[in-house]
Structures are given as C-alpha cells and as structure tokens.
Design a protein around this ligand. Sequence first.
Ligand code: ATP
Ligand code: MG
Length: 328
Amino acid sequence: KQIILSGIQPTGTFTLGNYIGAIRNWVKLQEEYDCAYMIADMHALTVRQDPVKLRQQILSAFAVLLACGVDPKKSLTFIQSQVHQHAELNWVLACNTQFGELSRMTQFKDKSAKHPENINAGLFTYPALMAADILLYQANLVPVGVDQKQHLEITRDIANRFNNNYGQTFTIPEPYIPEIGAKVMSLAEPTKKMSKSDENQNAFITILDAPEVIIKKFKRAVTDSDMEIRYAEGKDGINNLMSIYSTITGDSYETIERDFSGKGYGDFKTAVGEAVAEALRPIRENYDRLIKDKAYLEETYHDGAQKAAYLAEKTMRKVYRKVGFLAK
Ligand code: ATP
Ligand code: MG
C-alpha cells in the first residue's frame, strides 16, 4: 500500500478551506492507503502563540480531526511535537537546504510581510521541517491544497539531493491536490486564500461555526456589481461561492448557473450558507461529544505518537548512519 502523510497547524479553528482542500480528502483516502495525519504544532510556533491558548487549540484540533472522520484505527493520528524525530530530521535537512531556495518561498514572503515584528529563523526554515515530516514516514503521496505546492516541490528537491549525496534514503513524495476546492478563497477578499489565522473573522467559515453564523458570513461575502450568477474571469467572489457550493452539493457549474438564473446574489448566498451549514452539522455534533472525553483523546494521541515514533526511528537511524554519525 502507498503511504500518505499530511498535517495541519493548530493555529485556529479549522476553516472551510482546510476542510474542502485537505481534511475531507484525508477521510476518503484512509480507505485506500496507509495514512498518517498529524497536528503540526511545531509549525505553529513560527508565529507567536499564547501558550495557554495553543495548548487548548492543539487538543481541539485533534478532536476536530476525529470529528471529521479521521479514524485512528485506520490511520496513524498524532501530534508532531510528541515525536522527537521530527526535530532531529529537521536539523539534518536544514543543513542540506540552501538559503537561496528558501528565499523563494512565497509563504515566507507573505507571512513575514504580515508579521514584520517577528521574522524568525523558524519561519524561514519551515520547509525543512515540513520535508522532515514527510520524509520520516517515506510517504509516497501528500494531499495538500494548492497553497502548499511550492513546499512540496522543495521537499522533493531536498530528498533528491540527499539521496544523490548520501545514497538512496528517502522516497520521493508526489503532491495529491484535489481537482475542485484546492483553494477556497477569503470571503472578505476573494483574491486571497481563506486562512484560519486571518484577523478578520468574516473572511473565513470555521468547521465549528453555528449554522446562523455560517449563513450570516456568507450573506456578507464580497461579490461584484454584476448581477449574474455565472463562473467567469474577474468574478472572484461569485466563482469562490460557486466552487464551494459545487464541492458540497456535487452540482456542476452549468447546473448551478441554470438553477440560479434570474435569481439574485442574496438568494444564492443563502443557498450556499445553508448547504455548508448542513454539511458541517454532523462534524460539529461529533466534536461536541469528543471534546468532553479528555481521557479518550489523550489515550488516542499517546498511542498515535508511539506508533509514529517507531516508524520515524527507522528512518532516523538510517539517516544518522548515512551522514556519518556513530551508532548509539
Ligand atoms: P495558517 O493561516 O495558520 O497558515 P491555514 O488555514 O493556511 O492556516 P494550514 O494548517 O497552513 O492552514 O494548512 C492545512 C492544510 O489546509 C494544507 O493542506 C493546506 O494546503 C490546506 N489549506 C489551507 N488553506 C486552504 C484554502 N484556503 N483552500 C484549500 N486548502 C487550504
Ligand atoms: Mg497555511
């Protein structure tokens, strides 16, 4: 079976973008592949976090993952910081990654422009840690949204370079990007991607938002001054709503255009809001149940970390030998 690895940062409640672009696919892929899914809490430190809030967010993120249908019986489900091999491989890979290639990463440029007061070394070397996450488990496929494509390319470059310099060590991973929904856009600025760390609460829908909130946020979504519901160049707001509606209902763009012809944006926005609220309802209900069961959550992530560490250690031993370190 092919191995899949993916992760998500506990930087806020997961958005509809995270769900459509990532987690929804994670759930489907568990049936066919050997999957490993992690809460990327080490990555979250690249942006300043409040420790008390971070601890809550990590646990909540883990519960959301299970609530969405990630099944710890089928998939390796763990929290990154509990598997120390991620930090170890990160160092070796950082020493095999060039300043020049890291300088080209658009996420670094975006995030450092957003936080000019905290352009830390971790934010810059983030791709080396992401490469470590993937290469530790010898993953064949990495399901990500379009925004992570560049980081996956650098992972492949790092892995190929390491294999060439030290001999075959890592499997070269392929990106696995969904056809539709690979990039859900912000509801406030539809030329930007939807992000859970956006300061504007109206820019994103979270998986745990109440139905009224979801509908209200969609009603406020920025569109255009045209009147027609159709997918077209320059209609970023409407295109985004159509894409969301299409992934949730399965309707094609042609069907949506026909069903809503002659109707106003208000009607369409309400329909999108209702469809999304309904799709997220079971997840919210699962979450409410799971988050109360702290003992179960703890047992589950401890078990996941132990299994992950076993696999990670196999790769780590190989890497240390290849680079010339003495056996322990
Ligand atoms: P942050 O703003 O803290 O970076 P984020 O919303 O970008 O948060 P990540 O944890 O960085 O979330 O990414 C988790 C997964 O969700 C990745 O696979 C990423 O490609 C995917 N993803 C993130 N945003 C979107 C989006 N707007 N549309 C589709 N997929 C997305
Ligand atoms: Mg992100």
